[in-house]
Ligand binder design. Structure first.
Ligand SMILES: [Fe+2]
Ligand SMILES: [Fe+2]
Length: 181
């Protein structure tokens, strides 16, 4: 069996790197369709912003005997979703794109929905559903990025892992409240 060798034409890479320096981190070897990646990331950005808003609403509206621990969890998730939004916006800029923070069509671009819910149980269920939507759509995005844009893939993989933790936190809280059947 022949050993795998690493071949990279450093001279050619050096020459290419000198061209189009206005494109910053985007080099000629970038294999993905940049426009598609930026569009996908902007939809993920909308998803994260909608999740921040929903978790904030739930945090301020959480009342009742079980509310304290749950409210703390809502706030923690809201802050982490904000962190994801920032990571995604940062990556869009690195790709020479523009992060879309316009409230105009935020909800239609977001994968996850904004459901207020009247009770603590409804809030938890809606948040769990939203997390499950994000998990599925981010996983699809990661598969699409593959090896064409490993950095964007890694950013989304990190975020996906946190969404899976969020979903697990929520389902544990629902189980503790004995409202999952
Ligand atoms: Fe998130
Ligand atoms: Fe989440």
């Amino acid at each position: 069996m022949s050993e795998k060798t690493f071949v990279s034409d450093i001279k050619a890479i050096r020459e290419r790197a000198r061209k189009h320096i206005e494109q910053g981190a985007v080099t000629e070897g970038y294999k993905a369709n940049r426009e598609t990646v930026i569009n996908l990331l902007n939809d993920a950005l909308a998803t994260e912003i909608v999740c921040v808003l929903r978790y904030k609403r739930h945090y301020f509206m959480a009342t009742g005997i079980n509310a304290q621990g749950v409210a703390a969890e809502f706030l923690e998730h809201a802050n982490e979703e904000q962190g994801h939004a920032d990571q995604i916006a940062q990556r869009i800029v690195q790709l020479d794109g523009k992060p879309d923070f316009s409230p105009q069509d935020l909800l239609s671009r977001s994968h996850a929905e904004y459901v207020e819910g009247d009770t603590l149980a409804e809030m938890l269920k809606e948040d769990l559903i939203a997390e499950r939507i994000a998990i599925e759509s981010y996983r699809d995005m990661i598969t699409y990025f593959g090896n064409d844009d490993p950095t964007t893939r890694r950013v989304m993989e990190e975020i996906l892992a946190v969404e899976e933790k969020h979903a697990d936190d929520l389902s544990t809280l629902l189980e503790d409240m004995d409202i999952v059947h």
